[in-house]
Design a protein around this ligand. Structure first.
Ligand SMILES: [Zn+2]
Length: 201
């Protein structure tokens, strides 16, 4: 596949590859060294995949995929939705899991659809708190449930591989909307389902 005329978001591919060569030189490398010749192309290809979320509209996607299920009114919990993202401060990976719960009001959506929503937000430069709120907000807008809870548990490579160098630390963020925010019993039921924290792993 030729990428010669590939321009994304106003940036010619050749220019993006040149930026990778600049960073290689900055790190102390010779971008002309044989082992590195294809690296700029591979990095730019990886960026296309890692940041494909900018081309996706989760609201539009959810609006097309919900199902009507009048009668089912118990909490639905999807846990351990794996994701990879990148922090917007260091462009370093954030790797973790998302747990989603909601109390439907006539509309539900399948697990694969919710995983797509998670990916659409994760495949961008992110702040974990913002991503957590974005996922909850999208579910709220699309399904208008009685309540939504989203918990994100992730490790940030900008913390584990540089700076404070703390391995095994994960950051947990949550957004609770509607009955998940207002009703302590609903929230407790959700948290019991996902058993986040020490117990499970
Ligand atoms: Zn960071």
């Amino acid at each position: 596949m030729s990428h010669d005329n590939d321009t994304r978001n106003g940036v010619p591919r050749a220019q993006a590859e040149e930026a990778v060569r600049t960073l290689l030189r900055w790190a102390g490398e010779d971008p002309a060294r044989e082992g590195l010749l294809d690296t700029p192309r591979r990095v730019v290809d990886a960026y296309t995949e890692w940041f494909s979320g900018y081309g996706l509209d989760p609201d539009e996607y959810m609006a097309r995929t919900f199902k009507e299920v009048a009668g089912y009114d118990e909490m639905i919990v999807l846990r351990d939705i794996e994701f990879e993202s990148h922090c917007e401060h260091h462009m370093a990976p954030i790797i973790g899991r998302v747990h989603v719960g909601y109390l439907p009001d006539g509309k539900v959506v399948g697990i694969s659809k919710l995983a797509r929503v998670v990916d659409a937000y994760a495949r961008r430069f992110q702040v974990q708190e913002k991503m957590t709120a974005q996922i909850a907000g999208c579910i709220q807008r699309a399904l208008a449930p009685h309540g939504v809870g989203v918990v994100v548990d992730a490790s940030h490579e900008c913390m584990t591989t540089r700076g404070v160098h703390k391995r095994g630390v994960s950051m947990v963020t949550s957004t609770m909307l509607g009955s998940f925010r207002e009703d302590a019993r609903t929230r407790a039921e959700f948290l019991r389902f996902i058993e986040t924290g020490q117990g499970r792993r």
